[in-house]
Structure formats: C-alpha cells, structure tokens
Design a binder for this molecule. Structure first.
Ligand code: NAP
Length: 335
C-alpha cells in the first residue's frame, strides 16, 4: 500500500464508466470502498480488493475523497442530498467529486451545500468513453481552479486521466461538458446521414467511412463508432438514453440564454425516437438503425410499432412531459 495523506477513497456508481475508473484507482494503490445500486456490478472490483459498502453512508463515512459516477441528475441529487447521502455522511474536509454528466445548476447547489458542511465538492464530468476509462486516458472537465486543488488530489485524478481542463467555478465543468455533447450529437447525426446516403447510392459504406476519416468530413464519433454501426455492433459503451439526457440538459441550458441550437434539437428528436422504440440501452452508434429497414432494427431489439402507438397517443392529446420509454404511451394518462 502506498502511503499518502489521501489514502481512503470511496466510489459510488460502478456501471460502465465507474467500474473502469474505480479499477484504475484500485490499481494505483488506494484503499477503495465501493457502493452501487446493483451489487453485481461491483463484484469484479471487490474480487480485486475493493471493500463493498451496503450504503452510500457506509462507503463515504471515513473516505478522504468520494467519487460519484451515477446516471442522471436525479441520481446525483439522491446520492448527495438525501438524508443518508454524501453531504450528510462524509467526514469533514473530504473532497467530493461528481464525474456524472449532470446539470450545471445542481453542481453549483451541491458545491454550495458542501461548503456549509465543511466539505469540498466540484463537478468533474469526463470524456473519452469506456476505452479511455479503462486505459486511464480520460479528459477531465473540471468545475474548479487548478490552484485550489491539492497536489495529492491532482495525482489521484491522474490515475484515470491524460488531460485536465479547468473551467474555474462550480457548474462550469458541466456547462463545458454539455458543449462537448452538443457537438457530439450533431457528429452522430452527420455520420448516420452520410452512411445512409452511401448505402442508398450503392457505395461500399466502409470505404466511405474510411474516406471521411482521412478528410474533414469525419469526426471523433465517426472514427470511433462508425465501424461499429457498419458491423452491426450496438453493444453500449455509451448508452443512447444517456446521450438523450445530455442533449436534453444542453437544450435546457441553452434556454437560459435564449439560444436556439437546431443541430442539437434534431439530434434530440432522433435519440428520443430511438429510446422510445426500445433502443435506450443500446450504444449511441445504434442511431444508424433509424435509417435501416425494420427487420434490421428488430434484430437489434427495436420495435417500430411503438412509434406508431406514440403517434396515436399524441393524436389523442397526450401532451405529458413523461418519457415514453419502450412501452408506447407513458401510462400516466387514460386514453
Ligand atoms: P451506467 O453503466 O448506467 O452506470 C451508472 C451506474 O450508477 C449504474 O450502475 C447505476 O446502477 C448506478 N446508480 C444510479 N443511481 C444510483 C444511486 N442512487 N446509488 C447508487 N448507484 C446508482 O452508465 P455509464 O455509462 O457508466 O455512465 C455514467 C455517467 O457518465 C452518465 O451520466 C453518462 O452520461 C456519463 N458518461 C458516460 C460515458 C460512456 O462512454 N459510457 C462517457 C462520459 C460520460 P444500476 O446498475 O442499478 O442502474
């Protein structure tokens, strides 16, 4: 065991990204306690030496640093602000770092509430995907000033990142991450449009993707995910429902400034449709299935009849704000 002032680390939320990041922290020699909603998802980490905690409270009570990597802003709120959450149970002086892609406003609220409790919280969403998390090459998008973070904390962050971008104040990390997601969203739609056109024009789709990658028409998204779309590999590195969440957060953020983002609006509509017809838990590269024939979509688990049910639902005046995930109507209304 390496001796450091920061020795005990807690990690909440060991899904696709969290388990990979927590693994890097473990490998770097920190004592790690883990807690997550589905215990099975922490099994590998526990076998590698992490300590399982039954609750958030138990995981964080003696930790010097707490990382959270959950799914949605509501999960972040629950983990930090509930009566047995991180703010109530972490030890004084602990550093609390939220890696989830979440709302800038919530990040500011948590930062402020933590200060009152004698804790230090900042937002630190990441980019680089599951492969970057496994390789320890993520880019960190940090809602704090570098000068305000102790050297040992920066060292800890370095065990799963290759680059740190500092945006100064609480919430600014989330704001910058949402800018990244807005660009990603249009890149996804761009390459899906291009591959659909290539297919219809009778071209070798893989060759078109290759051509795009050698010029300015390609993107990080088309390079990393285009080959998976072409190969029909829709296993999630990044869940479609999470990109829909991110674009929704970005659109809400843009409304604060009266800014219209037509590219993001189009991408939101497409990812929302993908989620509603059963694609929530597919990787974002499954967006190309929206252009494919129905049989190909069905083979990947999509059900286009749900889209028709949705249309009928809307036709009958269902103007609710609930998501219609996979089951046609939201079920909150009688039609
Ligand atoms: P994920 O696999 O769904 O992981 C999230 C984990 O958090 C799940 O295991 C979930 O439990 C757990 N969780 C949710 N609420 C919890 C709570 N209240 N208490 C304890 N555990 C809780 O998703 P992911 O791909 O790792 O993504 C996590 C976050 O990172 C998302 O905000 C995503 O947008 C962002 N992100 C993802 C990527 C990527 O490439 N995957 C890249 C950058 C950023 P269950 O297993 O029970 O659902």
């Amino acid at each position: 065991m390496v001796h450091r002032t920061i020795s005990k680390v807690a990690f909440i939320g060991t899904g696709i990204m969290g388990s990979a990041i927590a693994g890097r922290i473990l490998d770097a020699g920190y004592a790690l306690s883990v807690s997550t909603r589905t215990p099975e998802k922490a099994k590998d980490l526990v076998e590698r030496g992490a300590t399982w905690a039954e609750s958030v409270a138990e995981a964080v009570s003696d930790a010097d640093v707490v990382f959270t990597m959950v799914g949605y802003p509501e999960d972040v709120e629950d983990v930090y602000l509930s009566s047995r959450g991180v703010l109530a149970c972490a030890k004084k002086g602990a550093w609390l770092i939220d890696l989830t892609t979440s709302s800038p406003e919530l990040a500011r609220d948590i930062h402020g509430a933590a200060e009152i409790e004698g804790l230090h919280a900042f937002d630190c969403p990441v980019t680089g995907g599951q492969s970057g998390a496994l390789a320890g090459t993520l880019t960190l998008i940090i809602g704090a000033f570098e000068a305000d973070l102790p050297g040992e904390l920066l060292e800890l962050l370095s065990c799963f990142s290759a680059k740190k971008c500092f945006f100064g104040h609480a919430g600014a990390g989330q704001s910058a991450k949402l800018c990244n997601q807005v660009s990603l969203a249009s890149c996804m739609v761009g390459y899906a449009d291009a591959l659909a056109l290539a297919g219809q024009a009778g071209l070798d789709v893989g060759a078109v993707l290759d051509l795009m990658g050698s010029g300015t028409g390609g993107s990080g998204a088309s390079t990393a995910l285009g080959p998976k779309s072409v190969a029909g590999d829709y296993a999630p590195g990044f869940l479609s429902e999470h990109l829909r969440k991110d674009i929704g957060l970005a659109l809400a953020h843009s409304e604060e400034f009266g800014l219209s983002m037509p590219g993001a609006e189009t991408a939101y509509a497409l990812f929302d449709l993908l989620c509603q017809i059963g694609g929530s838990r597919l990787g974002t590269q499954a967006i190309t299935l929206l252009y494919a024939d129905e049989a190909e979509g069905a083979a990947a688990g999509l059900d286009w009849s749900l889209a028709q049910q949705l249309d009928e639902c809307e036709g009958e005046g269902c103007h609710c704000d609930h998501h219609h995930d996979g089951d046609g109507c939201c079920g909150h209304h009688q039609h």
